[in-house]
Design a protein around this ligand. Structure first.
Ligand SMILES: CC(C)(COP(=O)(O)OP(=O)(O)OC[C@H]1O[C@@H](n2cnc3c(N)ncnc32)[C@H](O)[C@@H]1OP(=O)(O)O)[C@@H](O)C(=O)NCCC(=O)NCCS
Length: 217
C-alpha cells in the first residue's frame, strides 16, 4: 500500500480533531491545532491517502463558528464554475498524525495518534519513523516525550524505536493526575542509533509492504 506523509495543513484540522478526540477522549481542553500550525517551533505531519475522499461522520455536525460557516456555504455557492476553473481537490483521508516541538536541538514529541480502526497495521510506526527522520533533518540531537504510565501500547512502540525511560513526572496529566513516563533517544544521529533505525525501517517495510511518498517535510 502507498501512503502519503506530508506536513499537516489547515484543511486537515477537522480530521485531526476527530482523530485526537478518539485517541485522547479525556483530554480537556483539547489541543488547539490551529495554534500549533501557527507556531514556528511546532512541526506536525499526517499520514494520508489521496485516493480516498474523507467523509465527515453524519451524526456529528460541526459546532460553533465553523459549523455556522459550513451551514451557510450552500447559500453562497450558487455561482457556477467557469469551464477553465479547476475543481477543488477532494479532501484526503487521514489515518493518523504526529508532531514535535523543536527547541535548542531537542525534539519533543507532543503526540501521535492513529484512527482506531487502522491501528495495529504499522501506521503508528510509519508516523514515528517519519517524525524521527524529520527531527534529524531539523537538527535535533535528542528526541524526547512523555507518555502516560498506563499507556503500555505507546510505551512499547517507543521502546521498539530505541526510546529509553529516563524519568517520571509525578501527576503530569491534569485529567487524572496520572504520572508521565519520560522517554528519550539521547543521541539520535549516532551510528548505533542510526543503524538501529535503518534496521527497523527495513523490517517495517518488509512486514507491512508499505511505501510512503514523503512530501517536503
Ligand atoms: C500508540 C498508537 C499511535 C500506535 O499506533 P498503531 O498504528 O496501532 O501502531 P503499530 O501498528 O505501528 O504498532 C507498532 C508497535 O507499537 C506497539 N503497539 C501498538 N499497539 C499495541 C498494543 N495494542 N499492544 C501492544 N503493543 C502495541 C508494538 O510495539 C508494535 O510493534 P509490534 O507490531 O512489532 O508488536 C495507537 O495505539 C494510538 O493512536 N493510540 C491512542 C493515542 C496514544 O495513546 N498515543 C500515544 C500518546 S503518548
Amino acid at each position: 500500500m502507498a501512503f502519503i506523509i506530508r506536513p499537516m495543513r489547515q484543511e486537515d484540522l477537522p480530521q485531526v480533531n476527530e482523530i485526537d478526540h478518539e485517541a485522547f477522549p479525556t483530554l480537556w481542553p483539547p489541543p488547539n491545532y490551529q495554534r500549533e500550525l501557527d507556531n514556528g517551533l511546532a512541526h506536525y505531519i499526517v499520514a494520508c491517502d489521496d485516493e480516498i475522499e474523507y467523509q465527515p461522520p453524519k451524526d456529528t455536525p460541526q459546532r460553533g463558528l465553523s459549523g455556522l460557516i459550513a451551514r451557510m456555504k450552500p447559500l453562497s455557492n450558487h455561482r457556477k464554475p467557469s469551464n477553465n476553473e479547476v475543481p477543488p481537490k477532494a479532501r484526503e483521508y487521514i489515518y493518523g498524525f504526529t508532531g514535535l516541538w523543536l527547541m535548542a536541538g531537542e525534539a519533543h514529541i507532543t503526540n501521535i495518534a492513529v484512527r482506531e480502526k487502522h491501528r495495529r497495521q504499522g501506521m503508528g510506526e510509519l508516523l514515528l519513523i517519519s517524525l524521527i527522520d524529520l527531527a534529524i533533518e531539523l537538527g535535533a540531537k535528542l528526541v524526547t516525550l512523555e507518555v502516560r504510565a498506563s499507556n503500555i501500547d505507546a510505551q512499547s512502540l517507543y521502546a521498539k524505536y530505541g526510546f529509553v525511560e529516563v524519568g517520571l513526572r509525578r501527576g503530569y496529566y491534569s485529567d487524572n493526575r496520572e504520572d508521565g513516563v519520560l522517554m528519550t533517544i539521547e543521541d539520535v544521529t549516532s551510528s548505533p542509533v542510526q543503524a538501529n533505525l535503518r534496521r527497523l525501517k527495513q523490517a517495517h517495510a518488509q512486514r507491512w509492504e508499505m511505501t510512503a511518498h514523503i512530501i517536503a517535510l
